[in-house]
Write a protein that binds this ligand. Structure first.
Ligand code: KG4
Ligand code: ZN
Length: 334
C-alpha cells in the first residue's frame, strides 16, 4: 500500500479571530473547498475517478456540518461512479495511521491522543478495537491548547507550546499529577489545565513562560506514559511476546516529548514502538483512505444510507457499558 497523494487544507485561519472552531464557518468552508481538494488529490496521484476501487469518507465523530459535507460528497461520487462507499470513523483513521509507514502490524496497543480524544485501545484488526481507558474530562490536545492559550499562543496551541518549551526548566513549576498510581487506564487533564492556566495568569517574563510550557508538556507526557504503562500490563497478559507493540497516533503524537516518553516506556517494557510520520499525526485524508482500503479488503462496505455521526465511539460496547459521554453536562468532553 502506498500513499499517492495527500492534500490537507487547514481552515485554522478562518477560525483564528474567534479563538476556536466555529461550527458554521467549518461547515461552509467544507462546502466551498471539497471539490477542489478531491480534484487536486486525484490529479496529484495521477489517477482518474474511474480508476478508484472505492470511495472512503469520514462519517464521524466530529462537528456534524463538516462531516455531512464530506460524507455527502463521498456518497455522490460512489453513486455516480458505481463504486462501493466506505463510511470511516475518524478515530479508526488515526488508529491505522502508523500503518501508512508500514510498521504497525496487528494487533497493537494504541494510545490515541488528539484534540478531542484521549484513549487507550487494544486494536486486533480493522474494525476490532477494545477500549481499555479514556479521559474522564479533557483530551490531551485540549490541555495543550488551553494551557497554550493561557500563555498567549494562538489556537491550536500544541505545536507552538512545544516550541516555547524548548530549553525551559520543567521542574520549576510543580503541577498536579492526576490519577498517579491509581488503578485503571483512564486519564484526567482538567486539574492540570486549570493549575497551569492560573500560574500563567501571574507570569510576566519570557523565561517564566518557557518554564511553564516545559512543565506543562512534561506533566502531560508523564501522565500519558504512566497510564499507558498500566494498559501495557493488561495488554501483555493477553498477548504473545511477538505481539507486544505500542502505537501512538493523533495530533499530540507529533509532540517530541510525548513520543520520547512513550518510546522509553516501550523500550523498558519490551514493546516495539511505532508512531505515524509527523504529517500523518494531525488530521489528514490518507489515514481515512487507508482505513477505507482495509475495510474494503475485509468486505466492510456501507450503503448510501450511512449517516453522519457527531459522536461515534470506536469500541461501541465499552461506550455503552461505561459511558464517558453522558447526556448534557455530566459527561466527559472527550
Ligand atoms: O488529530 P488532530 O489533528 O485533530 C483531532 O482529531 O483533534 O489533533 C489536533 C490536536 C490539537 O489539540 C493540537 O494542539 C495537537 O493535536 N497537536 C500538538 C502538536 N501538534 C498538534 N500538541 C502538542 N505538540 C504538538 N507538536
Ligand atoms: Zn483527528
Amino acid at each position: 500500500m502506498a500513499v499517492l497523494s495527500s492534500v490537507v487544507l487547514s481552515q485554522i485561519e478562518r477560525h483564528a479571530p474567534f479563538g476556536g472552531v466555529v461550527p458554521e464557518i467549518a461547515a461552509r468552508a467544507h462546502v466551498e473547498t471539497i471539490e477542489a481538494i478531491v480534484a487536486g488529490a486525484l490529479a496529484q496521484a495521477r489517477v482518474g475517478a474511474v480508476d478508484l476501487d472505492g470511495v472512503a469518507a469520514t462519517a464521524g465523530p466530529g462537528l456534524v456540518g463538516g462531516v455531512m459535507v464530506g460524507l455527502s460528497f463521498g456518497k455522490a461520487m460512489a453513486l455516480a461512479l458505481g463504486k462501493p462507499l466506505i463510511a470511516v470513523n475518524h478515530l479508526e483513521g488515526h488508529a491505522v495511521s502508523a500503518r501508512l509507514a508500514g510498521d504497525a502490524a496487528y494487533p497493537f496497543l494504541l494510545l490515541l491522543v488528539s484534540g478531542g480524544h484521549c484513549q487507550l485501545l487494544e486494536v486486533a484488526g480493522i474494525g476490532a478495537c477494545r477500549r481499555l481507558g479514556s479521559t474522564i474530562d479533557d483530551a490531551a490536545g485540549e490541555a495543550f491548547d488551553k494551557i497554550g492559550g493561557a500563555l498567549g499562543l494562538a489556537y491550536p496551541a500544541g505545536p507552538a507550546l512545544e516550541r516555547l518549551a524548548d530549553g525551559g526548566d520543567a521542574d520549576r513549576f510543580p503541577l498536579p499529577r492526576a490519577l498517579l498510581g491509581r488503578a485503571g487506564c483512564d486519564f484526567s487533564f482538567s486539574g492540570l489545565k486549570t493549575a497551569a492556566a492560573r500560574i500563567a495568569a501571574g507570569l510576566t517574563g519570557p523565561a517564566d513562560r518557557r518554564d511553564l510550557a516545559a512543565a506543562a508538556q512534561a506533566a502531560i507526557a508523564r501522565q500519558l506514559a504512566e497510564r499507558t504503562g498500566r494498559a501495557m500490563e493488561l495488554y501483555a497478559d493477553r498477548h504473545d511476546r511477538d505481539d507486544l507493540r505500542l502505537v501512538v497516533a493523533g495530533g499530540v503524537a507529533a509532540n517530541g516529548a510525548v513520543r520520547a516518553a512513550l518510546q522509553d516506556l516501550a523500550r523498558m517494557r519490551g514493546f516495539a514502538f511505532a508512531a505515524p510520520p509527523l504529517a500523518y499525526c494531525t488530521d489528514n485524508g490518507a489515514m481515512i483512505a487507508l482505513a477505507g482500503a482495509e475495510r474494503l479488503a475485509a468486505g466492510l462496505t456501507d450503503t448510501l444510507d450511512a449517516v453522519a455521526r457527531p459522536r461515534w465511539p470506536l469500541d461501541e460496547d465499552a461506550a455503552l457499558r461505561a459511558p464517558t459521554h453522558l447526556a448534557g453536562r455530566k459527561g466527559a468532553k472527550a
